[in-house]
Design a protein around this ligand. Sequence first.
Ligand SMILES: [Zn+2]
Length: 145
Amino acid sequence: MASLAQMHTAEHILTRVMRERFGATRNFEMHLTERKGKCDYDVARDLAPEDLAEIERLVNEVIARDLPVETETIPLEEAREKYDLWKLPEEVQEVRIVRIGDFDATPCAGEHVRHTGELGRFVIVSAGRKEDGLLRIRFKLRPAG
Ligand SMILES: [Zn+2]
């Protein structure tokens, strides 16, 4: 079983891959447990088995690079210019940014691992269209090796 910090870090990597390769703007709804993660993306086309294999490959490449996961806190004004702050509570004055090496930087208040190599192997369990039109991807993390 994975930890929530592992699942959460995997979600950042997956969301970045979905944006770069499939044009998703963001992860609209997510539900993470130690066993399974569910993420919903606005991807117009249906994904073929080859696409799912490519997503797994790209996420696992980032894990294999063992990138450092670091956080920094920046003023709200600066964060507004650089990031998609759609989920932010209104009263905050500073925003915590979670940086995964040179691969991704995303505002987030959650718990994460310190290096991507701690995630093990990323596996997609299933992917399918929901009634609201969003594409739901279910994933898990398996121990490496
Ligand atoms: Zn996070």
